[in-house]
Design a protein around this ligand. Sequence first.
Ligand code: CTP
Length: 404
Amino acid sequence: MQDDQLSGKKIILGVTGGIAAYKACWLTRELIKRGAEVKVVMTPSALQFVQPLTFSSLTKNDVIVNIFPDSQENGSSMKTWHIDLALWADLMIIAPCTVNTIAKIAVGFLDNALLTVVSSLRCPLLISPAADMDIYDNKITQRNFQTLEEMGYLFVKAEKGELASGLEGEGRLADINKIADAAELILTGYKRDLLNKKILVSAGPTYEDIDPVRFIGNRSSGKMGYNIAKAAFLRGAEVTLITGPVHESIYPEIKVIKVRSTAEMKKAIHKEIINSDILIMAAAVADYKPAEVSIRKMKKEDKLNQIKLYPTEDILSSLKTSGKKIIGFALETDNEKENALKKLKSKNLDMIVLNSLNDEQSGFEYNTNKITVIHKNGEQIDFPLESKFQAANKIISEILKSNG
Ligand code: CTP
């Protein structure tokens, strides 16, 4: 269920001639895995790095390289292929996009098949550039990025890291999952509506140590909070993620603060909320902690079954903020809506997101969730079972709605 978000969507993937072209094969797989139909157009230089056969095998579609493909004898069956292809698509992605192709798009060159398609598009174009760091950082390159952004083209910018040259810097093709997430966001109708917003998200469990070996924790995987952080970033927000111990990955542009205990999470939230507009408290915070933490491993005969527990502090209730949106979560098994409403009021929240553990494929560890959003004014909206990324986007849209 979580993989079919792009079902029925038609994507043209443009591949240009950079070493990251090999990653376009994985991107093709990912888009198809999410349900999209993909057709690939390559520049002649891209052939130096990957063969069309790879893409035609993956997509089950013909791959276009030349404006006048050899296979179409004297153009007898070509028709206006570039227009037909451009009109077929719901989205075109160019990944990797060399700075040469970016420059050509910026000035309107149409001297290869990929560029003729770009110029004929009626759907959005998502550009994911890649280059070595000095080429990427070059003033002319940066000016061309800016020109295209101002014209409304969408970007998933390159990331920092080790480059093919061995240098370390900005220019690596963005992670293919991030490119696919950005494509999904566009194709499911979301816009960059969080520009200039600072969003603080908490995710995962907190652990309360008993001794160096044991702790009190819970089964939270962090997936919901991590997906909220990703969706908020892709919608243009500056995002800080405060996370308990989990095994999820996050985009490098998101500031991550790792914590373990409830006290550490509380301290981080109190510090970071000062500079945030919205707090989304998706963490599953431990409710109790041992009265004391043993510095040595406790033995069975140390009366492990009689550990004295104290309640942890309630982080949301401890906040004394004004002018900020505060969103809580509630995970319930009984009297779900009634309990969620109680939490909304007692913790003075603007909105609460209810997950029910009674729904199949919903809650801890799943990639899907079925949520109900309850606003402060009592409005309740039930959403269907969907991927946590889609649920995250619904939550964000509801927060914006409550903004007025
Ligand atoms: N929460 C918090 N501090 C705590 C416990 C929970 O800030 N010590 C937050 C959670 O992050 C969540 C909301 O409060 O956004 C509700 O958490 P939940 O665990 O469902 O509720 P509790 O208040 O802990 O109540 P209970 O466990 O009894 O249902």
